[in-house]
Design a protein around this ligand. Structure first.
Ligand SMILES: *Cc1c(COP(=O)(O)O)cnc(C)c1O
Length: 412
């Protein structure tokens, strides 16, 4: 039986099409490829990045601060653009800290979270005078020792691992036993220790998970986060000035997935704001987003190098693959491999669709960008585009695998 309800990809209408060719930053993809000079490359669309930040601003309560989590895409030019669109930058390594500081964003608007910060990274963070998110008690001790030695008063935020989790999240980063944050039940005693140290306590970060497309799950987690923060604040050495509630907003990657409905999330936040004002009058609420801010504004572009048929199946062999885009190959946390939205960027609206698999140049069957998808008939030299590639693309990929050239990145 023909299945009428076969799920399809959410349509990629954020990029316009002109004369059959995808436009990136208003430039036809074929021309952009000439301008870049070689394939494969990632292209990020400035106007789409600006539009996404503006859309979030318009819908979220005005008093909520919007932060960009650099790890989603640390390309310096993109981070520089984001720095002008958001209220703060979140970093997760010493190198990301450098990128953040290079933008000119004030140190009080930069925060450093993540397990396993080395002494060198903690010292960099201290010297930069940014907010340091504490992930464990031993990190607290190491930070205290370094701060004493350097004669700098650390600004600290306690990252809490809550007892609840963000349901239906692509990646859970809170709840149960986790390497992230300090277990909520231990936090009162850690706050007690901080009280006895020479540290400037700012508040809490509670971040439960990534890539969530269910507004009701996000609403529930955010409400639990606020309740927990209010409880924990009773043990705080000084007034809570910052409540970082994480991010986790997802984007549609796979067939059947739809864009996240922000309305219920914004409505819940709006209801919480006056309650928080009463309970934590000095607290600024920050949302830190990576994927949602940048994911849909980027594409990965690879050129067809070969077209071959093997036992009735057509393969497009491209110069790009999993070494640049691990996530699209299905090897970054997918349990059952599904296709990202893919198109032939210089043949957007033809009629000659065929079922093909798009593979890369690596000698492994894992190097797959599209598995038996309906694409416009492509020939050698055509440009295959992988959408939803602005976040966790190049930065989350094993670039050196098989020692091919690194992909270029452009902000257009
Ligand atoms: C990765 C990360 C984020 C961003 O997550 P997204 O799902 O990309 O929005 C936010 N906060 C922390 C602490 C993170 O580690």
């Amino acid at each position: 039986m023909f299945n009428m309800k076969k799920p399809v990809h959410a349509s990629q209408t954020q990029f316009q099409v002109q004369d059959n060719c995808l436009l990136v930053g208003g430039i036809p993809l074929t021309r952009l490829a000439q301008r870049v000079g070689s394939t494969p490359f990632f292209a990020y669309d400035r106007a789409l990045l600006c539009a996404r930040a503006a859309q979030l601003r318009a819908i979220l309560p005005a008093e909520i601060r919007l932060h960009y989590s650099i790890k989603a895409n640390p390309m310096p030019a993109l981070v520089q653009l984001m720095a002008g669109l958001v209220d703060g930058l979140d970093v997760a390594s010493g190198a990301e800290l450098k990128t953040a500081l290079d933008t000119g964003v004030l140190p009080q608007h930069i925060s450093f979270a993540g397990p396993g910060k080395t002494d060198a990274e903690l010292a960099q963070a201290l010297a930069a005078n940014i907010l340091i998110h504490l992930e464990s008690e031993t990190e607290l001790e190491r930070l205290d020792r370094l701060a004493m030695a350097m004669g700098i008063m650390p600004k600290v935020v306690v990252r809490v691992n809550p007892a609840f989790e963000l349901k239906s999240s692509g990646m859970k980063m809170g709840g149960g036993a986790k390497q992230f944050g300090i277990d909520a039940e231990t936090v009162p005693q850690v706050l007690q220790r901080i009280t006895g140290l020479s540290m400037d306590f700012y508040g809490f970060q509670i971040f439960c998970g990534s890539q969530n497309l269910k507004p009701e799950a996000i609403v529930e987690a955010q409400s639990s986060t606020f309740q927990l923060a209010i409880e924990l604040a009773q043990h705080a050495p000084q007034a809570v000035r910052l409540l970082n509630i994480g991010g986790g907003f997802g984007i549609p990657y796979f067939p059947g997935e739809l864009a996240l409905d922000l309305d219920p999330i914004a409505e819940n936040l709006r209801q919480w704001m006056p309650r928080l004002k009463l309970a934590l009058p000095d607290a600024i609420v920050a949302i830190e987003l990576g994927r949602y801010l940048v994911g849909e504004a980027g594409i990965y572009v690879a050129k067809v190098i070969d077209r071959k048929i093997s036992r009735g199946q057509t393969f497009l062999v491209t110069d790009g693959g999993m070494h640049h885009h691990l996530a699209a190959s299905g090897n970054l946390g997918q349990v059952i491999r599904k296709n990202y939205p893919v198109a032939v960027g210089n043949k957007m609206s033809g009629t000659g669709r065929e079922i093909v698999s798009v593979v890369g140049p690596l000698c492994t069957p894992l190097d797959l960008l599209a598995d038996q998808m309906a694409l416009e008939q492509a020939e050698v030299g055509d440009l295959v585009v992988v959408f939803q590639s602005g976040a966790y693309g190049l930065t989350a990929s094993p670039n050196d695998f098989l020692s091919h050239a690194k992909a270029l990145e452009v902000l257009v």
